[in-house]
Write a protein that binds this ligand. Structure first.
Ligand code: URP
Ligand code: ZN
Ligand code: ZN
Length: 463
């Protein structure tokens, strides 16, 4: 199968130019002007952008959590991803007690087999840090193709600081990366007790129970561990301006702290917790939504380079029957998380690029090129000869109003209901195969269920 994409505006993380792209099989073979290769499909992309497929490095596909499980499986989740122009995802793989990292990886690969519609990789989340599991970091970096390791400083499955230090030491030896959910668990436990005594149990108090300071302190502590070890760390779902300030401070001192944020922390604020009819539960996620000042600071962090990656933290639970039932008497029981994988690229284009907050090139960097570099996805993230043909042909004029009924995620709401978009994919290719297209009113899936592959990632070589 070959595709010739004619006359689109190719966008990289450092510039843009009009050219043709020739795809043969799964790869981009050539880029140039007036290419005249015979092709099975010729696409007139004049007036459209040719973008690398977005990479979402923070998803929770089918994750068991808080008495239920995240509702998208590898089929529904990757169809939704493709409909949003996301052509690779790196999913969290929560190690169960007694499991080795390899067993955890093989278990999650078995969930993806026959279902994934775009390519995926895994970050093992270390929850049972036995000495042999810490030793396995070497193999995960050098053989399994999973050189990034998630740890939580909160939840029942959190690890202690000593484990964080050991992991930082091991990842430094083998080119790995520790990713951390940074919140101070003791502050949160205390706030939960205070709020419980006062009978303050509505969704709004979820945000009060997890103040900015809890994130700030945990980020500072994690940065200190990096200073101690000379390693690197990546803060997931950064939400507050105070924590961002601590990241800048550390980075200014040469400490390797990287960060990701998500559309919800850029575009929504804690007013959402006041939605009537228990609607605030839709936004119960950790860390919680913050204030408009934090939203603005995080856009600034993207532009200053202190935040290098945008991800979704896609973790969908129905509002009706799950969020509104589990937590109806207590915010602490509302499953934490929200859907987002399908709206990542389009929201960032409209709210970031169209509204002048970031450039098109920055968008490509934080959604694809920089993400591929951060996580060792060597064949992904760029429109360049030799790379996988993961391509979004993007119509920058197409209007679309986000509404749950026109999305493909397996969940009954979107936190971005009613957002007016300017710009939608007109077609999305995954390793050379068209997987989704605009049908005149919404995106539709035209790919092959089960074609998505596990991608082995490369360790970092810069230590
Ligand atoms: O609330 C969230 N973020 N749920 C998913 C799990 C996590 O902490 O990332
Ligand atoms: Zn988290
Ligand atoms: Zn998450």
């Amino acid at each position: 199968m070959s595709v010739l994409i004619k006359g689109g505006l190719i966008v990289t993380n450092s510039g843009r130019y009009v050219a043709d792209v020739y795809v043969e099989g799964e790869k981009i073979k050539a880029i140039g002007t007036d290419l005249d290769y015979p092709a099975d499909e010729v696409v007139d992309a004049a007036g459209q952008y040719v973008l690398p497929g977005a990479i979402d490095p923070h998803t929770h596909i089918s994750m068991p959590f808080m008495g239920t499980h995240a509702q998208d499986d590898y089929e529904t989740g990757t169809i939704a991803a493709a409909c949003g122009g996301v052509t690779s995802l790196v999913d969290f793989d929560l190690q169960q007690a007694g499991e080795s990292l390899l067993e955890a990886i093989e278990r999650k690969q078995s969930w993806a087999a026959g279902k994934a519609c775009v390519d995926y990789s895994l970050h093992p989340a270390i929850m049972d840090p036995r000495p042999e599991v810490i030793d396995e970091v070497k193999l995960a970096c050098q053989e399994y193709g999973t050189p990034s390791f998630k740890i939580f400083m909160v939840y029942d499955f959190r690890v202690d600081d000593a484990t964080m230090v050991k992991l930082l030491e091991e990842t430094k030896k083998y080119g790995g990366l520790v990713q951390v959910h940074a919140e101070n668990v003791y502050v949160i436990q205390h706030m939960n007790e205070v709020l419980e005594k006062a009978g303050k149990l509505a969704p709004y108090y979820h945000a009060m129970s997890r103040p900015n300071l809890a994130e700030e302190e945990a980020v500072m502590r994690a940065a200190k561990m990096v200073e101690l070890t000379g390693s690197r760390i990546y803060i997931v779902h950064l939400s507050s301006q105070e924590a961002l300030f601590r990241i800048k401070e550390a980075r200014d001192r040469g400490i390797n702290v990287y960060a990701e944020t998500c559309p919800q922390y850029l575009l929504l604020d804690d007013e959402r917790y006041n939605e009537p009819d228990f609607g605030g539960a839709k936004y119960v996620m950790s860390p919680p939504l913050r204030t408009p000042e934090s939203n603005a600071a995080l856009w600034g962090g993207i532009n200053s380079g202190d935040v290098q990656v945008l991800a979704t933290d896609h973790c969908p639970f129905d509002f009706k029957g799950i969020k509104d039932m589990f937590g109806k008497d207590d915010y602490k029981k509302i499953p934490n998380g929200a859907p987002g994988i399908e709206t990542l690229l389009t929201l960032i284009h409209t709210e970031g690029v169209v509204k002048g907050r970031i450039t098109l090139e920055k968008m490509v960097d934080v959604l694809a090129t920089g993400t591929a570099r951060m996580f060792g996805l060597t064949d992904k993230g760029e429109i360049a000869a030799g790379k996988d043909a993961d391509i979004v042909i993007f119509n920058p004029e197409q209007k679309f109003t986000i509404t749950q009924s026109k999305l493909h995620m397996n969940v009954d709401y979107t936190p971005f209901e009613g957002f007016e978009l300017t710009g939608m994919p007109s077609a999305v290719y995954s390793r050379g195969l068209k997987v989704t297209q605009w049908n005149g009113s919404q995106m539709e899936f035209v790919g092959q269920v089960g074609r998505g592959r596990f991608i082995k990632r490369a360790p970092f070589e810069g230590f």
